[in-house]
Each structure stands twice: as structure tokens, then as C-alpha cells.
Design a protein around this ligand. Sequence first.
Ligand code: GCO
Ligand code: MG
Length: 402
Amino acid sequence: MRITDARVIVTCPDRNFVTLKIVTDEGVYGLGDATLNGRELAVAAYLRDHVAPLLIGRDPSRIEDTWQYLYKGAYWRRGPVTMTAVAAVDTALWDILGKVAGLPVYRLLGGRSRAGVTVYGHANGESVDDVLTEVARYVELGYRAVRVQTGVPGLASTYGVSTNKMFYEPADAAIPTENVWSTERYLAHVPSVFARVREEFGPALKLLHDVHHRLTPIEAARLGRSLEPFALTWMEDPVPAESQDGFRLIRQHTTTPIAVGEVFNTVWDCEQLIREQLIDYIRTTVVHAGGISHLRRIFDLAALHHVRSGSHGATDLSPVCMAAALHVDIAIPNFGLQEYMRHTDATDAVFPHGYRYADGYLHPSEEPGLGVDIDEDLAAKYPYRPASLPVNRLEDGTMHSW
Ligand code: GCO
Ligand code: MG
């Protein structure tokens, strides 16, 4: 079997997605998600101009060799654009392998380790009362884990709070929207939110919170400590993670578990965090961390050090990524949680898929391969729309992490 075509499909069914479709001479094809929110066309060009020509004529079953060829062969290693492109190829090749074997991908990864993939949803609201209503809605839908974000008094807008409650799309304008941030206002407010949520919903519901890289280590330590009475499952991205050492300081001060990794691209971004047990959940994903092959490598390292998976699953990761993530999640021994932000009806129509939600769990498709497809004719009806993620400034105008 040989690869005869590798085409990049860019479509915007309510938001932008980049998909790689690898076709073989036997008619079998595979899909890989290549979406990098706000930088989509860089990955599309990387794949079209630099990767697709190298794939033609290759044996699609040589998944590991192809990964190494693209990683080592580029000379320029790592980085989100490169690793998203490598991920798309890797994911598509696993899809092809599953279809050829007649097996869902998770069976090629060692088979089922659990009944279903526990997911968390996003409860968000401007006020605490709004967010309580939203948490109740997720509990009603059967969710066992809920992420809680609210507005912060005195700030005009806050990360993670959206008008449409089931879908969240922060990339809202071609030229980035500017947000204003105050660490003082935020730290003063958040514990009172979790006090109310815990009081209302009792001890069993898993509660999560995303800090979105906005604090320094000592500020994060203070937040973690103030949230201890409410027993969070995790505090996410407490600090920007370029400095892995920063996490040691947080760790020395609080027992609130830490999750990080949605912007990581390789095992080298989290190797120290895992090896020194500075985190509890690693949030790397199929699409941004080199595909199924490399994600598995990261999770295997994590398993040695009591770190569990908690893959990113925001709306900007396509149903192709979600399908692939679920095959990994169901198979690995150290699965923790899977983020699940639903896609809109338009997105679901472009990407028909066999995974399904029931009672707080997602279940991977039992079809051979990943169990997800792309309707290319429908995709063509939704042309790319430029959309950037917001930027963030302190109240005095200083640029801050968003
Ligand atoms: C999350 C994330 C996202 C990101 C988004 C950026 O935890 O779900 O932080 O919402 O902001 O994926 O494109
Ligand atoms: Mg996050």
C-alpha cells in the first residue's frame, strides 16, 4: 500500500479547522486534525508546501518511521506549527492502520482499560448565581466533573465566560480583542465562588478551574492554598510554563492538584514537571503534541511518576482530534479526565463521527480506524475566516499573558 495524495482541507463551520486527508492507492484514507487556533494557515502551508510532497509514495503503515522522518528530518525541531503538522500526519496514519486492520484504533493501542472516558464540561457565568445554574445544568446532563469560571467584579470581561453556554470561542476577531486583567481582583474573588459551588453541590462532584497562565508562582501558591477547603480536582495553567522550575514553588505551598500542558508540543516541555512530580495532570493533546504516537510517549512517562492525563478538548480541537483522543483515553492506564466542549451542529455535520456522550462519559467509535469522517463538499461551503485569540493587558496597559 502506498500514499497517493495528502490534501489539506481548511473549513470554517462556525470556527476554523484544518484537516489533513491522506489517501492511498487502495482507496483507504485517514484523517488528522491540524488546527492551531489563530495560526491555522501557518500549519496548512507547512503541510501543503513542506510535508505533503514527502508523503507521496510512502508506505502508510510505517507510522513510527514517518514520525521520526518528519521530526528529525526537518532539522528545526519542536514548536506548535511543526508539531501540529506532524500530529496530523501521525493521526491520519493511525486511522489508516485501523481501517486496514478492521479495528478501532484503541484496540491497536492495547485495548480498553475502562468502561468510558470521564469528561468535564464548562460551567461559566458572569455572576456566581449564573454559574450555579450552569453547574446544575451539567449535573443534570450526567457530568461527574465540571470546570467553573466566572466574571470578576470590576473587570469588563474574563477569560472562560461566554454568552453561548454550550460553545466557547475566544478567537472572536481578525485583529485581537484587548482584555484587561487584575490579579488582585481575581484572587480576592475566586475562593468565594468555589465556596458557593461546593456548598450547593456537595463533595462528590469533581470541580476544576482554569487560571489561564495569569499568575506568578507565589500568587498561584496563594490561590491553591485558598482553594484547599473546596477540594478541587485541579487548578489549571496556574503560571506560564516556559519555566518548569516555577511549579516547584507552587508545590511547596499547596496541596491543590495542578494541571498543565495544553500549549505543550513535546515531551521535552513537560519532562521535568513529570519526572519531579511537580504536576498531577498533563493536558497535552493529540493535535498539538505530535499525534497519537508522541502523546502516548508522554502519557507513558507520566504513568511512571503518578501523573494522569487530562487532555485539552476545547472547541478549537476538531472532532477528528476528539475521536483520536478518546482512543488514547480509553486505552492508557493513567487516564485522568478528558475536557469536552461540544462542537456546534455545523461542525458536527462537516465531521460526522461515531463517538458518543452518555451519563458523563464519552465512548470512542467502534468503527475501524478513528471513526470520524469529513464531508468535503459541505466543508467547501464554509470558507476560512480570519480569527485571532484575544490579548490581555494589566489595568495600567502592560501586556500580560492571556
Ligand atoms: C481550555 C483552554 C482553551 C483555550 C483555547 C485556545 O482549557 O479549554 O484554555 O479554551 O483558551 O483552546 O485556543
Ligand atoms: Mg485551559
